[in-house]
Design a protein around this ligand. Structure first.
Ligand SMILES: O=C(O)c1ccccc1N[C@@H]1O[C@H](COP(=O)(O)O)[C@@H](O)[C@H]1O
Length: 198
């Protein structure tokens, strides 16, 4: 099972988490997030196995493309109202695209017709986008039939792994706020527990 740690910022914490070699590490460029890295952030060297992910909410595509070179990420996670045109433009630049979908009911997953590289299913909570720290009803995904693999997100921690692994179509687990001692700082004891259970 692939796994991702998201919402990183502190350089010492990045280095310490990177030592566990997650498959993906996420950095948030959404100014309203408590995990926002800031416009000038440059991602430090990561293990060869770990892909850097830039996380955005309705950011203009040209800004994402420019940042991908300046900050150093190859994967983009889109949490806003982005559509197929944005996805195609990013993929044309050799970026891998993860499209987040906020989920509360079966209707949120039925009839998905975008073609990103991956979906990411996250918890729908009012107007909040990402980082809710809350699980949604995973039984909604038991009928998932699309060929597009997905990341599961929303309040995941080490205790979520066993149950999540049973879901069809699951590609990766995405850990964020439930690992934190404060915004953007991940607790290494929890990270280690993930590596032992993933
Ligand atoms: O974490 C944030 O602050 C955030 C802000 C804007 C977009 C995405 C964000 N985080 C992503 O949200 C999911 C779920 O996080 P959580 O486990 O519920 O805290 C995850 O994919 C993060 O990458």
């Amino acid at each position: 099972m692939k796994w991702k740690v998201c919402g990183m910022r502190d350089l010492n914490n990045i280095e310490a988490v990177a030592a566990y070699e997650p498959d993906y590490m996420g950095f948030i460029w959404a100014s309203k997030s408590p995990r926002y890295v800031g416009q000038d952030f440059v991602i430090p060297a990561l293990p060869a196995k770990t892909k850097a992910v830039g996380v955005f909410v309705n950011e203009p595509t040209e800004n994402i493309i420019e940042l991908s070179t300046k900050a150093g990420f190859q994967v983009v996670q889109l949490h806003g109202d982005e559509g197929q045109d944005e996805i195609d433009a990013l993929r044309a630049e050799d970026l891998t695209v993860i499209k987040a979908v906020s989920v509360a009911t079966e209707e949120d997953v039925e009839g998905l017709d975008l073609e990103p590289d991956y979906y990411l299913f996250d918890t729908k909570k009012g107007s909040q986008v990402g980082g809710t720290g809350e699980r949604f009803d995973w039984s909604i995904l038991k009928a998932y039939e699309l060929d597009i693999p997905y990341f599961l997100a929303g309040g995941l921690d080490e205790a979520s792994i066993e149950e999540a692994k049973k879901l069809p179509g699951l590609y990766a687990l995405d850990f964020n706020s439930k690992l934190e001692s404060s915004p953007a700082l991940k607790d290494l004891t929890k990270v280690k527990l993930i590596t032992q259970n993933i």
